[in-house]
Write a new protein. Structure first.
Length: 764
């Protein structure tokens, strides 16, 4: 099916814009552009549709589309658009969001399944560099492997992600020209200059739908206030004036959560208002959008009632909101253009006013800028304020009175100031890829540059906050809120729980560090339905339960499965008790160490070897590598033949098991630190790659294993770290991680199937 027909079937009969059709043709011809320069409001997320169409037509495109935009709210809206598209896709790609600390949605962690991954810079970028925020060191190589191979990275509004673009460009070089799997980068920015650019043409400006968006005027007024004046009163005053002039849905945008909160508090006391900030839990965001989106989204003008939409810059990129009028704090010109993209978004109004409130730099800010210049670093806040100063000068110089898209294009562009960032070198990757060693490298300079970005932590609230309950039920993405460290530490709490992806511990506030995932008791406050609110002392709702698990409280003899089913869980399965309650897992959930059903070791090894070969072949790897991966899969658990391991599982001597129902029993303990994959690797001879893939199949051994009191075993694994370095030189950092991932994911897939298959495998 050609692209226009495919597109119409998924967009209520609407035809694609000319530039979207042109992109589809270029993709079909294998002639990818390097950049898309369509402005905001021109349907840039349509690039997701082009990729999915190409996938459905079996064209050669990377299996994973990684859509990166540094605005958390826009990550979510992009994922929603993708979910709508994939419902009718014959390939059924996974759609996931990476936007804060933890994700338990691992549907994309499959080397063969196509996936659309919507992410912030931090989340996708850190995972690519083997340092995923909120990801355990055992899982980090898998994420790096899948994001660094067979992947198309799309950077929306690249002007706010320059350091990441530079890093991705260097990754392309460092992967090597002989890498068997593709890695492509496509940038999107209305101000991009370079070769192989695809932008708007006369056909776009003449298009009956797109033309209205591009050509309709947006009259501009600028209100200058004094450097030391409070911003909020000026924004409030202008919003009220726009209401008196007849505007219905009015956007009010501030650059900080503090000012947005102040504006919202004043306006909601007079008229209905909603607050949209990036520091909001996905569960709260979903509830807000369900309530208010029908009254402020594009296409909702008929019959909608007046509303003030107070927001931070979280909505300035990609949000499909449509305001009748907009008042905004001054910002860099690129940000102002994005904000104006929410104004009369579909061009349905003949005109729509824009008011910019500009506050010049104060003496205090000028002094801080001088100190930062001396240190050679700049904070994000300083860069943003200076960008606003430059934009104000540019608007005055060119006497801009119309902020419409085509009107602005008549003026010369204001160049974006570069954000200095470090080179990504081989020596850096040698260290970053050592995921089983705590090297303490902060990946943020490669993601945000030498500017001083906000250093954030990821916070959730639990009614039953405790080490044991948290380890049984780790934080999930829908309950996570991202907030700067310094703001979090202003809360009046003595201790918090820190979760490192594997275990939890209580820590003092002075031990909190950037990137931590932290858990607070619900009664500690600090959040309301609109998001982060450090002054709030009201108890915070607990969103720690999911479709796959549910926490329940009650007497010890409670029928937990019946209670979970009554609470809405479709198939209550395994029950993990803790003091005062229990965690009920869905029927398909089981641990990797101790399955519910006993599995013969010989059957498990055969199945994993076959699956590993299949994954490698379908991924397009050479036959030699397919054979290596199959050998590793077939030998990955040979170390479980150890009599002590078999006794732990309760196996018969002549029928060794890979997994068994007594795997959690502590009555017979193996030596502290003993790892079955080390024993498996010691059984392998010959090809060092096979030995490495076997030894690393639980994420250890890169290049260090947990300390084991077995000198004989260590002697058999002599030279392991040197071998690890050699294999990196031979296969590359992301290449070796990908080979590991194929073996590990084959094991995961087979293990899951063994526990859901009703056949009793011990009788085979």
């Amino acid at each position: 099916m050609d692209f226009p027909l495919w597109y119409q079937a998924r967009h209520e009969g609407h035809t694609p814009f000319p530039w979207q059709a042109a992109l589809a043709q270029r993709v079909a011809d294998g002639d990818w552009p390097a950049a898309l320069t369509a402005p905001t409001g021109a349907g840039k997320t349509g690039v997701v549709a082009v990729w999915l169409w190409a996938l459905d037509q079996d064209l050669e495109v990377p299996r994973r589309l990684v859509y990166v935009v540094d605005r958390r709210l826009i990550v979510d809206s992009t994922a929603l658009y993708a979910c709508h598209l994939v419902r009718a896709s014959k390939r059924s790609p996974a759609v996931v969001t990476l936007r804060g600390g933890i994700t338990i949605d691992d549907t994309w962690v499959d080397p063969l399944r196509p996936a659309i991954i919507a992410s912030t810079v931090d989340q996708a970028g850190s995972r690519l560099l083997f340092s995923g925020y909120g990801v355990s060191h055992q899982v980090a190589p898998i994420h790096a492997a899948l994001l660094g191979n067979d992947a198309l990275w799309i950077l929306d509004e690249v002007h706010i992600a320059q350091p990441l673009l530079r890093t991705l460009t260097q990754v392309q070089t460092l992967r090597g020209a002989d890498s068997p799997l593709p890695f492509r980068v496509l940038v999107m920015s209305a101000t991009w200059e370079g070769d192989k650019v695809l932008g708007l043409t006369a056909a776009d400006y003449a298009h009956p739908v797109l033309g209205a968006r591009l050509n309709r005027p947006k009259p501009l007024e600028i209100r200058d206030i004094e450097p030391d004046d409070d911003l909020a009163p000026a924004l409030i005053q202008e919003a009220r004036r726009l209401r008196r002039q007849g505007a219905g849905v009015i956007g009010v945008m501030a650059n900080t959560v503090r000012d947005a909160r102040a504006v919202f508090t004043a306006l909601c006391a007079e008229e209905e208002s909603v607050l949209l900030i990036g520091r909001v839990r996905p569960a709260d965001r979903d509830a807000l959008l369900a309530e208010y989106l029908p009254r402020m989204s594009a296409g909702s003008r008929t019959g909608r009632t007046p509303l003030f939409v107070v927001a931070t810059q979280t909505i300035e990129v990609g949000a499909d909101l449509d305001f009748d009028a907009l008042v905004t704090e001054s910002a860099p010109l690129s940000a102002l253009r994005q904000r104006a993209g929410r104004l009369n978004r579909l061009g349905e109004l003949a005109t729509a006013p824009l008011v910019i409130v500009h506050r010049p730099l104060s003496d205090k800010e000028k002094n801080r800028r001088a100190r930062e210049n001396q240190r050679g670093t700049r904070s994000q806040g300083s860069l943003y304020r200076e960008g606003a100063e430059e934009a104000r000068k540019w608007l005055k110089k060119h006497k801009v009175r119309d902020f419409g898209i085509r009107a602005l294009d008549r003026h010369p562009a204001l160049p974006e100031p570069p954000t200095p960032s470090p080179d990504l070198l081989a020596i850096h990757l040698d260290l970053l890829a050592c995921t089983s060693v705590k090297q303490g490298i902060d990946p943020s300079p490669w993601l945000h540059g030498y500017s001083e970005p906000e250093t954030n932590v990821f916070v959730c609230w639990r009614r039953d906050a405790g080490i044991q309950t948290l380890e049984l039920a780790p934080p999930v993405q829908r309950e996570i809120l991202e907030v700067p460290v310094w703001e979090f530490c202003s809360l009046e709490v003595d201790q918090v729980l820190r979760w490192d992806g594997t275990s939890a511990e209580w820590i003092e506030l002075n031990r909190v560090k950037p990137g931590d995932t932290l858990v607070l008791p619900a009664e500690a406050g600090g959040c309301d339905r609109f998001g982060w609110h450090p002054r709030s002392t009201a108890p915070v709702s607990d969103y720690g339960d999911t479709a796959e698990r549910i926490r329940l409280t009650g007497p010890q003899d409670t029928d937990w499965r019946a209670l979970a089913q009554a609470a809405g869980m479709a198939k209550p399965g395994r029950v993990l008790a803790y003091p005062g309650g229990a965690l009920v897992l869905a029927s398909f959930a089981a641990t990797s160490e101790a399955g519910i059903r006993p599995i013969l070791l010989r059957d498990h090894l055969r199945a994993v070897g076959e699956r590993a070969r299949f994954l490698a072949a379908e991924a397009g790897l050479p036959i030699e590598l397919c054979n290596v991966i199959a050998r590793a899969g077939a030998g990955h658990d040979l170390g479980k033949q150890d009599p002590r391991w078999q006794a732990k599982l309760g196996a018969d001597r002549d029928r060794p098991l890979a997994k068994g129902p007594r795997g959690d029993d502590p009555w017979l303990s193996l030596p502290r630190g003993w790892r079955h994959e080390m024993n498996s690797a010691a059984h392998m001879s010959g090809d060092p790659l096979v030995k490495h893939l076997v030894g690393s199949h639980h994420g250890h051994g890169r290049p260090r294993f947990p300390v084991a009191p077995d000198p004989g075993l260590w002697r058999q694994l002599g030279g392991w770290a040197t071998q690890f370095q050699y294999l990196h030189q031979q296969h590359g950092w992301w290449g070796l991680a990908y080979l590991e991932a194929l073996v590990r994911l084959a094991d995961w897939q087979v293990s899951a199937e063994e526990q859901t298959d009703e056949t009793d495998r011990t009788t085979s």
